[in-house]
Design a protein around this ligand. Sequence first.
Ligand code: GLC
Length: 798
Amino acid sequence: MRYGYFDDENREYVIDHVNTPVPWTNYIGVNDMCAVLSQSADGYVFYKSPQYHRITRFRPNAPISRPGHYVYLRDDDTGEYWSISWQPVGKDLTKAKYECRHGLSYSKYSCEYNGISACQTIFIPLNEPVELWDVVLKNNSSRPRCLSIYSYIEFSFHQIDMDNQNFQMSLYASGSSYADGIIEYDLYYEESGYQWFTSSFEPDGFDCLRDRFLGAYRDERNPIAVERGECTGSFEKTGNHCAALQKKLVLQPGQDIRIAFLLGEGKRETAAPMREKYSDPANVDRAFSDLAAFWDEKLSKLQVNTPNQGMNTSLNIWNLYQAEVNIMFSRFASFIEVGGRTGLGFRDTSQDAMTIASSNPEKCRQRIIELCRGLTQQGYGLHLFQPEWFDPEFQGKQQSFKSPTVIPTPSMEEKVHGIKDACSDDALWLIAAISEYIKETGEVSLLDEMVTYADGGEGTVYQHMMRILDFSAEQVGATGICKGLRADWNDCLNLGGGESAMVSFLHYWALQHFLALSRFIGKTEEVEKYEKMAAKVKKACNDNLWDGEWYIRGITGSGRKIGTHDDKEGKVHIESNAWAVFSGVADLDRAVKAMDSVDKYLYTRYGLMLNAPSYTKSDDEIGFVTRVYPGVKENGSIFSHPNPWAWCAEAALGRGDRAMKFYNALLPYNQNDKIEVRQSEPYSYCQFVMGKDHTAFGRARHPFMTGSGGWAYFAATRYLLGVRPDFDHLIVDPCIPKDWGSFDVTRVWRGAVYRIHVENPCGVSKGVKTMEMDGKTLSGWIPVQKAGTQHSVHVVMG
Ligand code: GLC
């Protein structure tokens, strides 16, 4: 069963059955203001921080997601009313036609009902903290129509905690006012606690008090003000507030009208100029096309044309979009992560930054510096921290967007908790992010930039990298394998103070990145030291972690091996096997066996399970994973994030058919017509899909905010299609299914455009026979070309 389709030309996903099994969300805004909205316009918007500066309210985890950013229409002749998005009024879908188009940073809701067509496009201009609703109404009937249009949003107390508990102060410290067509909302105790709402028209009515607009014992489905056809003109200091503006309209047959609603950050004074600007539809159009140009620019960095249509749609549009959304909003705003956390998760942000170096080098660099500042002198990263704590611009000041009265500046002890809080993998990811950033941009000087450590002192970025590698070398158990510490990448696999196979493999991978970089910049002493370290790590891994057919997952504090052939549960794990191979630790024989075991034990038609069989008996020495239901999340679900690691491992082995089998199984696009199973958005990777050991096998949960967004993009573009930059050249080293005859990749790298055509006349998966650029033979790679130039590259595999 399907609920929508991909419209690649418009870069939209079109939901023509809006009653999706769960909300299908989109992210609006690319800068400081961000809204998460569903296919029914339910959702919320925040400014900079979903935790501390929520603008509109959202009642999380409710049977129906409410409230949202709604427009109501009322037929003033009959009293009948409906909403432009299907919810909240929820008209009978056999009588009303509803559609939602989710695009890149905008959503377009439209309906046809009762002879009126209506469309509400919601977006946030690139550099202005204002949410625009571009609304068009048209009378398709043959008689004049008297209509009322109403906006509706519910304001939130800014801090999520205050919005969910103890209202004895907050309820009496929030107020609203109305003057000259502008509603202002304020939080009395916050200096910067103001928002406004206005429209391009002079309203005929308004309400700022939620309960006056909705009425007693009612909700957004049937507001009394809409039912009656009159707002009450309410506003007050104290209470719960909304922004309802009403306009009465007469539309002649065939007539249309375009109006704008605006929700902005700041005091009333900032509303008037914005209102004037966006009352001119030409300015709305310009802001919308600027946003489209922003995405054009990003997407143009890498476009592909392969025989796999799902891969094309994903890599050219949705997968990159998801990766960018993750890095922009650092994974803490969705309908699941409802904004109760902000800041940067060390490992998640490092990986997200690494994967968008090509489309967003500025953000990648910013995150690298923020993460370096969140590193301790000892070399472990703070697992979760606020980048503002260590930002010199904020030193001595409160974050301007937080309430000065409520958020104290944390002390050093509150910021840095010591090694007991450290996860063993966190900082290792940063090494790869730095190396990928330099490969992308060529900015080697980043390595010399001085950056502070979280607990005092400073060092260059290069020194930060060495601290990270040294930390992992020091934090090893008796076998020489890295300690798991609080957890490794798998939050729920704690190993009771034992050792993590995955982290040792990761350490080796990070070392390879660092060594390549150090050789490139001629650091011979460091090369010597870290080559020795790498050799030691490799030996420890191969001496201790091989089980005969695959690599074990770890060793518990009491010395028990986890993930062995003797285990009835948690026998084979993805993380250690994919990383043993992708890192280069495993020799060919072991690598082949390990990945064959992954295929044999973990493959399902919806992707690779994280481990199998799932744990059914609690065992705290293994970790919390054993207390998670079988087939769910870290316990044997198809956890999406590590799936691309297995694609990379298969690519390293040159097994393109196997890699593509794994890729296709997880690809959300391929489940577009199986929504009765998947339930969630088919345009976004989800954090996990229920595994075989769960009755809801195939059901996907937690869209957008997952490391699989970035990793799927990174793995598919760099290792399956094989186009990836090195420090001074571009590599083309594809690993594809044997039946692919050819494919094309257009890649912008350091300002030059490379149009790469790859042919596969002999039907191989791996291996490049010849490579030419602009008619000249190349010796295996593409040297850096001048910015502004364009080049044709012809690659023949064989
Ligand atoms: C979640 C966390 C991530 C972790 C993963 C596996 O996605 O955000 O940090 O690695 O779960 O436990």
